[in-house]
Design a protein around this ligand. Structure first.
Ligand code: ZN
Length: 113
């Protein structure tokens, strides 16, 4: 892929992430007056849902950081090189994960730690 295509892809992914994060990070009070303690069951399921949203939000923040890092790497001319060991990231991996900033080995090492 050409750099311009990668950049367009990353910017689209970035916009998508921001939109989805904006959707779930809105305070509960904005979504029609959810009342805690009305019924215990309701409050619990809302709390669980909220936790799931927080987890999803954090995951998207991580993805966003990778996208931002990839955009910087494009500017630096290091796109496609692993941030940890400097090896080339396989083209196949970049096709699946355009925002990959580490090779498979280092990405797994980071995920495991
Ligand atoms: Zn590496």
């Amino acid at each position: 892929m050409r750099d311009d295509d990668v950049r367009a892809l990353l910017l689209a992914k970035r916009a998508d992430l921001l939109e989805r994060m904006a959707g779930i990070s809105a305070p509960p009070t904005d979504s029609g007056g959810i009342s805690f303690g009305k019924r215990v069951g309701d409050g619990t399921s809302i709390a669980v849902e909220r936790l799931t949203q927080v987890a999803a939000h954090e995951q998207m923040l991580t993805q966003l950081a990778d996208v931002d890092r990839s955009l910087i790497k494009l500017d630096e001319g290091t796109y496609g090189c692993c941030d940890v060991c400097g090896d080339d990231i396989p083209a196949g991996r970049l096709e699946v994960h355009p925002s990959a900033t580490r090779c498979v080995k280092d990405a797994e090492a980071t995920a495991a730690s």
